[in-house]
Design a protein around this ligand. Structure first.
Ligand code: GDP
Ligand code: MN
Length: 339
């Protein structure tokens, strides 16, 4: 069920869309999206508006490396009473840094392709992963915003959620909320953990006392992953869904960590995802009690689900984790996390 304690309900507070003194906290729904994903985005927006945001009217912020079309703006604003903001990503946030060597990128991406790493040959995908790792919270339009809920086109939401989840994050001192916890393809990040260890050797002061190191290095369930990823279990919060406090990413520790990784070049020479990068940082620098599993938010991003057993949910099978080939079942990393 939902978290315990005092929760803010829409009926008891002012959440009207236009209100200057609303009960909303400083937060936005946030979506990096392409113009051509409009149809899938609108479907997703309708889901989240129906199950949650039509009561709370948190603003939407859309980001894109290209300008949004008038049609995009019109059709997204049509499905919400909340304010919508449309922002372009600055070029210097999106493009590969100057120290990245194009020849080396080509060479190393061949190895990724041989290992069947999805999207490894798409420069835009590497840029997107880097941007989601170290840039999104630096966008000038978000300078005065603290909490975000990341939303991708083509994801689904299944359960009615009756409380202000952003206020929950704030009141209960949470930094990060997730729904799905997975193993990653080790071939996409062979040097991410070695680089992380190098960083930690230089900056042991950033390690949290109550950290989640055991989750990051646990090798009981899939030892081959730890071997191929040079010590990292590859377990991560699946970041297509995240509800987070941008102050964490804006911290000195995270900034130093991201800069170290960016210099090392693995966003381009390998295919480091923003999910493992966020997860490792949270696991090392944050207190474990500040990460929250939103078990009550029914969610799907193909091919995985978070589907609670609750009368508030419809459209997914309670407890179902994956859809498709049965090997997907072993990608669930929740057992390690809850240990
Ligand atoms: P996957 O979930 O790893 O298969 O990757 P997606 O294709 O879903 O991309 C992740 C998110 O980034 C989605 O919200 C996409 O809409 C967005 N995205 C990916 N590449 C680009 C890009 O080149 N430009 C823009 N504007 N958005 C992108
Ligand atoms: Mn996706």
């Amino acid at each position: 069920g939902e978290p315990e304690g005092i929760l803010w309900r829409a009926e008891e507070h002012d959440y009207s869309p236009e209100s200057e003194n609303s009960a909303r906290i400083n937060a936005t729904l946030l979506s990096l999206v392409r113009n051509q994903e409009l149809t899938e985005l609108v479907t997703t927006m309708k889901d989240l508006e129906r199950t949650w945001n039509h009561k709370f009217n948190y603003p939407w912020t859309f980001l894109n490396d290209e300008p949004f079309t008038p049609e995009f703006k019109k059709r997204t604003q049509e499905v919400t009473k909340a304010k919508c903001y449309y922002e372009q990503v600055p070029k210097d946030h999106w493009e590969a840094p100057e120290w990245i060597d194009d020849e080396l990128v080509k060479e190393s991406n061949k190895i990724l392709e041989e290992n069947n790493i999805q999207y490894s040959d798409k420069p835009s995908y590497h840029k997107m992963c880097r941007w989601n790792s170290g840039m999104f919270y630096k966008h000038p339009a978000l300078a005065n915003t603290r909490y975000y809920w990341r939303v991708e086109p083509n994801v689904q939401f299944f359960c009615n959620v009756d409380y202000d989840v952003f206020r929950y994050m704030q009141d209960y001192n949470k930094t990060y909320g997730f729904t799905i916890n997975l193993f990653d393809a080790p071939e996409s990040l062979p040097t991410l953990w070695p680089e992380t260890e190098r960083f930690l050797a230089e900056h042991p002061e950033y390690i949290s006392e109550n950290n989640m190191m055991e989750w990051l290095v646990d090798d009981k369930l899939r030892p081959e992953h730890n071997k191929k990823a040079n010590g990292y279990s590859t377990c991560h919060f699946w970041s297509n869904f995240e509800i987070g406090d941008m102050n964490f990413f804006r911290s000195e520790a995270y900034e130093a960590y991201f800069n170290h990784l960016d210099r090392a070049g693995g966003f381009f020479y390998e295919r480091w995802g923003d999910a493992p990068v966020h997860s490792i940082a949270l696991g090392l620098f944050e207190d474990a009690s500040k990460v929250h599993w939103f078990r009550d938010i029914g969610y799907r991003h193909i091919p995985y689900f978070n589907c609670p057993n609750s009368p508030k949910c419809s459209g997914c099978t309670p407890g179902k984790f994956y859809e498709g080939a049965s090997f997907l079942a072993k990608e669930d990393c929740r057992p390690n996390y809850f240990k």
